[in-house]
Design a protein around this ligand. Sequence first.
Ligand code: UDP
Length: 243
Amino acid sequence: MKNSIFLLNRRVDRFSFGDATEFCLSAINEGRSIQVITINPEMIMASQGNNEFAQVINSSDLNVPDGIGIKYALKFRGEKIENIRGVEFSKNLLKIASEKDLRVALFGAKEEVLQAAIQKLKEEFPTLNIVYARNGYFDDDTVIKEEIISANPNILLVALGAPKQEFFIKSILDKLNACVAVGVGGSFDVYSGLVKEAPQIWQKLGLEWLYRTLIDPKRFKRIFPTLPLFLIKCIMEKTGNKR
Ligand code: UDP
């Protein structure tokens, strides 16, 4: 059963990587469609002034903790959790999909990124059954939704950035069959090899955010002041000093 905790009134599920994967596979086996959010501090902060996003977060089927900020916020509450990296989690779903011949749909990122990602994934998982792929740049998503529904995927990865990807998944979920739909942010960029992942040691130290900011300084604006502000708010929430 779900083991959830709320950070700034947004639900985070304390699932390990293995439990979260198991939860996804059970849904497919039982013919259910579920929305998975790899939740991070930026999303929680963005949803503070956005009721629609807040609602999507709190009603999603699984919110796995992604990012060192969530881990530390929970540490202040005496909670220990495993940090689940979204890129790794979705990649593992693709690995399982290739082993179990599940149907995969990929939606999002720039066309060249998407094509490079598909090529890399096919090299890594030759039996991967990609039934639909579409870049993430469009004016109207009506046709895209119809196409995805008729492709009938078991795994749908949507890489449009938050909250766009979460809204898209929410709007289509009840029309899908036995499908795990995950918002994966910049994961296709990482799969494609065009964006380098932080070396293992940076990941282990929880400094992936710093690495990504150093190689792409534009990210600085996204992390500061959001990340420290998030931690401060979480501490204040714990001590009852809510503002
Ligand atoms: N993206 C897209 N359509 C859009 C906006 C963004 O397909 O209208 C893609 C973008 O190309 C990138 C991904 O969404 O591949 C999100 O990247 P970002 O770095 O914002 O995600 P993060 O991992 O930081 O959530």
